[in-house]
Design a binder for this molecule. Structure first.
Ligand code: AMP
Length: 115
């Protein structure tokens, strides 16, 4: 799978508001926020979809969740709560084929699925 725009963000080749980066993951603000807080947390290695996760990715995936919780606390949305979401392929509505965890919050997000 060819790389996506997220690899360029990770390498800082194109602009993005990067909030956190370490050896395994990068977090940056979504360019089209769907909530007052909308941050994407991605593994630095391009894992195209949730269906492509292998055991070697466990450290990065665990890091993504921990970083999401830290960023939620920093954004002041932990007490009210938030949503963590990963879309997979067509039925999941995935648009960028570099696995990413959406951190959404800052308002009541309503039901989990639009019907
Ligand atoms: P998904 O539909 O789960 O694949 O989500 C892709 C997300 O990436 C969308 O919320 C987009 O707004 C976001 N996105 C696409 N391009 C960029 C970019 N250059 N910088 C930040 N977020 C982006």
């Amino acid at each position: 799978m060819s790389e996506t725009i997220f690899s360029k963000i990770i390498r800082r080749e194109i602009p993005a508001e990067i909030l956190y980066q370490d050896d395994l993951v990068t977090a940056f603000r979504d360019i089209q926020p769907q909530a007052p807080v909308h941050i994407l947390i991605v593994p630095n290695r391009q894992i195209p979809t949730a269906d492509d996760i292998v055991p070697e990715d466990e450290a990065a995936l665990g890091r993504m969740l921990r970083v999401a919780a830290d960023l939620a606390r920093e954004a002041g949305i932990s007490q009210d709560g938030y949503r963590l979401m990963i879309n997979c392929r067509e039925h999941g509505g995935q648009e960028v084929f570099h696995l990413h965890l959406h951190l959404l919050g800052g308002c009541s997000l309503g039901p989990m699925l639009a019907r």
